[in-house]
Design a protein around this ligand. Structure first.
Ligand code: AMP
Ligand code: ZN
Length: 466
C-alpha cells in the first residue's frame, strides 16, 4: 500500500489512483530564465522518485512538467518584474519576444541536461507555457462567466472573496504578512489576496480580446495540467514555497472553472538550505550542477545526497556533506562491481524476497529514502553469505530501478587484487558504512595478516603491500 503525505489534508494517506493501475501527475517545472540550482532540482527529484515508486509497483504513470517560458513575475505578487525579462536584461539581450524565445530554448536545454545528469527521468510531456495561451484565455473566460473576475487598469484579476474555499492548502496568512502584502503596490485590487489572471502589456506579449499582454503564472499551470491530464487528476507537486500562493491560486482557478476537484494529492518537498538559509537565486547563495562538476563531483553523488534525507525534511547542503555522500556512493559502486565480479556478471539471479519487501515497505511509506538506503547497506553486508552474490546482484539492480544510482556503470577502479583480499576489503567497506567498527577492525587484522597495509581516508580505504 503506497502512502503519501497530502498537503491538502496535512496527513499521510493511502494513495488510491482515480483509474486503477494508472497515475496522472503534474509537476510545477522550471522557469527557464537561468540555470536551475540544486535546490530547484530537489523538486524535480521528488517528481522522479514518486514516478519510480509507482513504476516499480507496476503502475503506469503519465507525468507532465511544465516549462515556464513566459509570465512568471519575481516574487509571488502581481507587481514584480517578469523573470524572463529579467533574464534578458542580465544577458544584455534585447527585450523582444524573439529574444525571450531564444533565452527560453537555451535554458530549457540546460534544464534537460541537468535533470539527465541526476538520472531524473524525463517527464512524458514538457509543455511550454508560451504554447498554451489559448487554453489560459479559455479558463479566464469561464471564470469571467461565473463572476470570479474583475478588471483593473493593469490586468484581469481573480476575486478571492467570491471563492468560499479559497486557501485550501493553507499557509495564506503567513504569506500575507511576509510576502504578498509587502510587495503589493496595487491599490486597485479589491483584496490583497486577489491575483492576476492576465496582465496587460502593449509592447510585449500576446494579442487577445482580454487586452494585449501576458497570462499570469498561476493560470498557466491550470491550463497545462487540464490540457494533458484533464480537469481532475491524481497528483500535483512542487516545492513547499509554492503551496501558499501559487498552488492555492491554481486550485481557485481550476476548481471554480470546472466545478470539480483539481488534484487528489498535493505533494511538496522541503528546501535545500545552505548555511541555514533557503537556497535561492534571489539570495545569491545558489549552486548549480555546473559548479558541482567543476569541483570534481559526480552529479549522481548529489542524487545520493538527496536520497539521504526524507523529502519533507529540510536538508542542509555543504561541500563536506556532499563529499561524504560521494564517498558512500563510491563505496557502494565499488562494492557492486565486486559483487558482479563474484557473480561472474550473471544477471539472472533472483531478487531476494525478504529484502525486496523491506525495501518496498520503506518507499511505500511516504518515500522513506534514508531507510531504503539503509536496507541496501544491510543487504550488502550479507552478500556471499546469507544471500548469494548472484542474488545480491539481482536485488541491487532491482533497488536501483528506484534509486537511480547507475550502479551497473562502474567508473570507479577496482584494483587488481586477489579475490580473497578484494572480498575482505569489500566486507570491510560495508562494515565501515554500517558503523560496525569491531567487524572493520577484525577485517583489518585479517587483511594485514595476509601481508597488506590499509590506509583509511574520507575517500575510502586503499591497500598496498606491507
Ligand atoms: P522555479 O524555477 O524558481 O519556478 O522553481 C522550481 C522549483 O524549485 C519549484 O518547485 C520551487 O518550489 C523549488 N525550489 C526553489 N528553491 C528551492 C530550494 N531551496 N529547495 C528546494 N526546492 C526549491
Ligand atoms: Zn505551477
Amino acid at each position: 500500500m503506497i502512502k503519501l503525505h497530502n498537503t491538502l489534508t496535512g496527513k499521510v494517506e493511502e494513495f488510491k489512483p482515480i483509474k486503477a493501475g494508472h497515475v496522472s501527475m503534474y509537476n510545477c517545472g522550471p522557469t527557464v530564465y537561468d540555470h536551475a540550482h540544486i535546490g530547484n532540482l530537489r523538486a524535480f527529484f521528488l517528481a522522479d522518485i514518486l514516478r519510480r515508486n509507482f513504476e516499480i509497483h507496476g503502475m503506469e504513470v503519465k507525468q507532465v512538467m511544465n516549462i515556464t517560458d513566459v509570465g512568471q513575475l519575481s516574487g509571488d505578487g502581481d507587481s514584480g518584474e517578469d523573470k524572463m525579462t529579467k533574464g534578458l536584461k542580465r544577458e544584455g539581450k534585447p527585450i523582444t519576444m524573439d529574444a525571450m524565445r531564444e533565452l527560453a530554448s537555451f535554458y530549457t536545454d540546460r534544464f534537460k541536461e541537468d535533470i539527465g545528469s541526476l538520472n531524473i527521468l524525463t517527464p512524458h510531456v514538457l509543455p511550454k507555457a508560451s504554447e498554451h495561451i489559448e487554453e489560459d484565455i479559455e479558463i479566464i473566460r469561464q471564470l469571467e462567466k461565473k463572476g470570479f473576475t474583475y478588471n483593473t487598469s493593469d490586468g484581469v484579476y481573480f476575486d478571492t472573496s467570491k471563492d468560499q474555499n479559497y486557501g485550501k492548502l493553507g499557509g495564506i496568512n503567513k504569506n500575507e504578512n511576509e510576502g504578498q502584502a509587502r510587495v503589493e503596490a496595487n491599490t486597485e485590487k479589491k483584496n490583497q489576496k486577489d491575483f492576476a489572471l492576465w496582465k496587460f502589456n502593449k509592447d510585449m506579449g500576446y494579442p487577445s480580446d482580454l487586452g494585449h499582454g501576458f497570462p499570469g503564472w498561476h493560470i498557466e499551470c491550470s491550463a497545462m495540467s487540464k490540457a494533458y491530464l484533464g480537469e481532475h487528476f491524481d497528483i500535483h507537486t512542487g516545492g513547499i514555497d509554492l503551496a501558499p500562493i501559487h498552488h492555492n491560486n491554481e486550485i481557485a482557478q481550476s476548481e471554480n472553472a470546472c466545478g470539480c476537484q483539481m488534484a487528489n494529492f498535493w505533494i511538496h518537498n522541503e528546501f535545500v538550505n545552505i548555511t541555514g538559509e533557503k537556497m535561492a537565486k534571489s539570495l545569491g547563495n545558489h549552486i548549480t550542477i555546473k559548479t558541482l562538476v567543476e569541483k570534481g563531483f559526480s552529479p549522481v553523488a548529489y542524487r545520493y545526497f538527496l536520497l539521504l534525507s526524507h523529502y519533507r525534511t529540510p536538508t542542509n547542503f555543504s561541500w563536506e556533506a556532499l563529499e561524504a555522500a560521494e564517498n558512500a556512493y563510491k563505496r557502494l559502486k565499488i562494492f557492486f562491481g565486486f559483487v558482479a565480479q563474484q557473480a561472474n556478471n550473471d544477471m539472472e539471479g533472483e531478487v531476494n524476497e525478504k529484502y525486496k519487501t523491506e525495501f518496498l515497505e520503506a518507499i511505500e511509506n511516504d518515500l522513506n529514502t534514508p531507510e531504503a538506503l539503509a536496507i541496501v547497506w544491510k543487504l550488502s553486508k550479507l552478500a556471499g553469505d546469507e544471500v548469494s552474490y548472484k542474488d545480491t546482484l539481482a536485488t541491487l539492480l532491482y533497488f536501483d530501478k528506484f534509486l537511480g544510482l547507475n550502479l551497473e556503470q562502474n567508473e570507479y577502479e577496482i584494483k587488481e587484487l586477489s579475490d580473497d583480499i578484494q572480498k575482505l576489503l569489500n566486507e570491510r567497506a560495508v562494515a565501515r558504512e554500517t558503523r560496525d567498527w569491531a567487524k572493520a577492525d577484525e577485517l583489518r587484522q585479517e587483511i594485514e595478516s595476509k601481508g597488506y597495509k590499509i590506509k583509511d581516508s574520507d575517500a575510502g580505504q586503499s591497500v598496498e603491500r606491507a
